[in-house]
Design a protein around this ligand. Structure first.
Ligand code: NAD
Length: 290
């Protein structure tokens, strides 16, 4: 398959990441079926698209016609077969749980046409952990977008030992067609490039908070104003979800059994209390007024 053969994209999961990846692909001219098991999540995704597109027209970023085209290109469904049955390319962006992703890849392998490439947007699960449940491991790779996916330019394309060069290159090309600046990892590594660097910063920020050296507000302020980052580590975790931070650290701890990799006491406390960041109205900061 070559990039011009990709006409229809299926996005699995309409959460934080999936709804924006789906909308982005629709704006870029692809037919997109976005599937989720949650009707509520699909409704939210549809409402977001309905609000976002006129907003882009008002700002002069899209013409009425382009917005209309994007709206026509995109549909939401709870039926994975409807979304993936005729897809040339699938981007899986469902909940970060290995067993769930394995089930989804098994289903996708059964449902999608034989030529379809299957990518996972997982932040930490390398595609070799899911490729084995399919009969097409060479057509599987990681394609890791950043939050918010409509805005962030980077995509990490990760080539596993099973991934063919053609698959990795097609993922790079598709990312470019979606307006991104992809980077290619020639081998799998836990956390890829960006999250490895980010984890080092977050761990240090949590250490400084937990040991009472400074407040989250001041740590964020220092990182923004001294290092030039657009967001401090606590604001960023509130955006990406403290539940994600917790799961990621637990996953790493399970892998390494190194107590230094355990989630920090503050992360555990916030996870247990359900204070997961913006999506729950409270995380390191309070968003209940927004
Ligand atoms: P999320 O919890 O916001 O959304 C996940 C969605 O998956 C939910 O809507 C859920 O209903 C749906 N889902 C669960 N089981 C499903 C199934 N069987 N079929 C279809 N949909 C199903 O999570 P998210 O933050 O969007 O993360 C999704 C993926 O993207 C994860 O693998 C995560 O690691 C990765 N990711 C997240 C971020 C981030 O900043 N949040 C950034 C990059 C990558």
């Amino acid at each position: 398959m070559i990039i011009d053969d990709v006409k229809k994209i299926c996005v699995v999961g309409a959460g934080n990441m999936g709804h924006q990846i789906a909308l982005l692909a629709a704006i870029r001219g692809y037919r997109v079926g976005c599937a989720d098991v949650s009707e509520e999540q699909l409704k939210k995704a549809e409402e977001f698209a309905a609000g976002y597109l006129p907003g882009r027209v008002a700002k002069g970023k899209l013409t009425e016609e382009q917005a209309g085209q994007a709206r026509d290109n995109l549909y939401f469904t709870t039926d994975l077969t409807e979304a993936a049955g005729d897809a040339d390319y699938v981007i899986e962006a469902a909940t970060e749980k290995l067993d769930l992703k394995k089930m989804i890849f098994e289903d996708l392998d059964r449902i999608t046409p034989a030529h379809a490439l299957l990518a996972t947007n997982s932040s930490f699960i390398v595609s070799s952990l899911v490729a084995g449940v399919t009969g097409r491991p060479e057509k599987i790779c990681n394609m890791h977008f950043f939050n918010p996916a409509l805005v962030m330019k980077c995509v990490e394309v990760v080539k596993g030992p099973h991934t063919s060069e053609e698959t990795a290159e097609l993922a790079m090309e598709l990312s470019r067609r979606l307006g991104k600046e992809p980077v290619k990892l020639h081998k799998e590594i836990y956390g890829f490039l960006v999250n490895r660097i980010l984890s080092a910063i977050n761990n240090e920020a949590l250490f400084l908070l937990d040991t009472g050296v400074a407040s989250e507000k001041d740590i964020d302020s220092a990182v923004v104003n001294a290092l030039g980052h657009p967001l401090g580590p606590f604001r960023l975790q509130d955006l990406t979800g403290i539940d994600l931070t917790y799961h990621v650290m637990m996953e790493r701890y399970r892998e390494t059994e190194d107590p230094a990799d355990k989630p920090s006491p503050t992360v555990v406390e916030k996870y247990v209390k359900g204070e997961w960041g913006r999506k729950t109205g409270r995380g390191f900061y309070d968003y209940s007024e927004e």
